[in-house]
Design a protein around this ligand. Structure first.
Ligand code: RP5
Length: 178
């Protein structure tokens, strides 16, 4: 893969993220980054090697096809694809690969993300896209879903997921109202 804007691949000293990327976080525009950085942060929190890139199904169609068709040979195991409006990115990437593709609909100005949701979720039978919620919750959950898939054959990751759920539960139980 020689072209395409590489937005960021975060590595933190406390959670080393090394090796070839297992997850690609792809978004249709730089304007999606403010939402998709939450997927990036969540994957970093779990120490999952990943890459974040801007690739558009409409503006860079050849690159989108290349990313999808080379994903498996590059060792990617999951693609997270975010787009807004006429959001074809996840579907186009899924058409070029058999690895799981998770779609995140972006909140749009015109229709508040309903357009992005329908464009992402309504795939024809035969080419699946696992579609998450609109916006930030979808970005976070796409990353958690990717971690859950990877955890199927990575016990250390499964343990981290259990710890994450427990911490989340404890935070709720500690709330005192009034
Ligand atoms: C989609 O169009 C992108 O995913 C973005 O959500 C939306 C608007 O893109 P920009 O006009 O901000 O580049 O392709």
């Amino acid at each position: 893969m020689s072209s395409g804007r590489r937005v960021a691949v975060h590595r933190t000293p406390s959670v080393p993220v090394s090796g070839s990327p297992l997850v690609a976080v792809i978004m249709g525009s730089q304007s999606d980054w403010d939402t998709m950085r939450h997927a990036d942060e969540t994957l970093t929190q779990f120490g999952v090697a990943h890459e974040c890139r801007v690739i558009s199904a409409h503006r860079t169609p050849a690159l989108a096809a290349e990313l999808g068709s080379t994903a498996e040979s590059r060792g990617l195991e999951i693609i997270i694809a975010a787009a807004g409006g006429a959001a074809h990115l996840a579907g186009v990437l899924a058409a070029h690969t058999t690895i799981p593709v998770l779609g995140v609909p972006m909140r749009s100005d015109a229709l508040n993300g309903l357009d992005s949701l329908l464009a992402t979720v309504q795939m024809p039978a035969g080419i699946p896209v696992g579609t998450l919620a609109i916006g930030k919750p979808g970005a976070i959950n796409a990353a958690l879903f990717a971690v859950a898939i990877l955890a199927n054959n990575r016990p250390a990751l499964r343990k981290k997921l259990h710890e994450f759920r427990q911490a989340q539960e404890e935070k709720i139980l500690a709330i005192k109202l009034g």
